[in-house]
Design a protein around this ligand. Structure first.
Ligand code: E4P
Length: 218
């Protein structure tokens, strides 16, 4: 399973990269805004800065919602770096744009996916990744993890090449259950990745080992 970090914060991306377990980055316009990145030039420069840190795929989202605009923005994003994956929303023109990019050999991440039907459409159009939002479904009392399982099963039935990228993963158990289901990728905040480190018995055990060492060695 690949680990992507879901942020536009350069120091968090660097920290995850330094941990040695990072496979990529996802961003979205809200995450860019959180870092105060505004204006096309600044946005493009920020994506280049992210690509310079991470050894893996970097999802960069288009803002346009019409076909021509998505093609224009997506081509400019893809030209920035080979690591860029063009992130496109699951809307009618988005599906057409995914098909266009797929035909051009440009990788895409179909975002804002909330149903199995949408995921089938994204795969048919040739998306490299499909991003069902686990946490946001949970937020509205729907089972986000059940959708990951459903899409994984459907893609398996037909051998679709689209990778299931579980997005909006909010806590450690989301991540672990995505792993059990067989999601290809999870994207989550740094706190979820580092949260995997934690177990109180590890801390207690290490403290005991170190104190026994000290007693034995003076
Ligand atoms: C997906 O790529 C999105 O950036 C993200 O995972 C959304 O997460 P949120 O619902 O916690 O904002």
């Amino acid at each position: 399973m690949k680990f992507f970090i879901d942020t536009a914060n350069l120091s968090e991306i660097q920290e995850a990269q330094d941990l040695g377990v990072l496979d990529g980055v996802t961003t979205n316009p809200s995450l860019m805004a959180k870092e105060g990145i505004k204006g096309t030039d600044a946005v493009m420069a920020h994506y280049k800065a992210i690509c310079a840190i991470v050894d893996g795929d970097v999802s960069a989202e288009v803002i346009a919602t019409d076909y021509a605009g998505m093609i224009r923005e997506g081509e400019a994003l893809a030209a920035l770096d080979d690591k860029i994956v063009v992130k496109i929303p699951m809307i009618r023109d988005g599906v057409k744009a995914i098909k266009y990019f797929s035909d051009q050999g440009i990788r895409t991440n179909c975002t804002l996916v909330f149903s199995a039907g949408q995921a089938i459409l994204a795969a048919k159009a040739g998306a490299s990744y499909v991003s069902p939002f686990v946490g946001r479904l949970d937020d509205v009392s729907q089972d986000g993890l059940a959708l990951i399982a459903q899409i994984t099963e459907i893609y398996g039935n037909f051998g679709f090449h689209t990778e299931v990228l579980a997005a909006s993963v909010r806590h450690v158990m989301h991540l672990v259950e995505c792993a059990e289901i067989g999601a290809d990728v999870v994207t989550c905040p740094l706190s979820v990745i580092t949260g995997l480190l934690n177990h109180p018995l590890t801390d207690i055990g290490l403290a005991k080992f170190l104190s026994d060492y000290q007693k034995n060695n003076g």
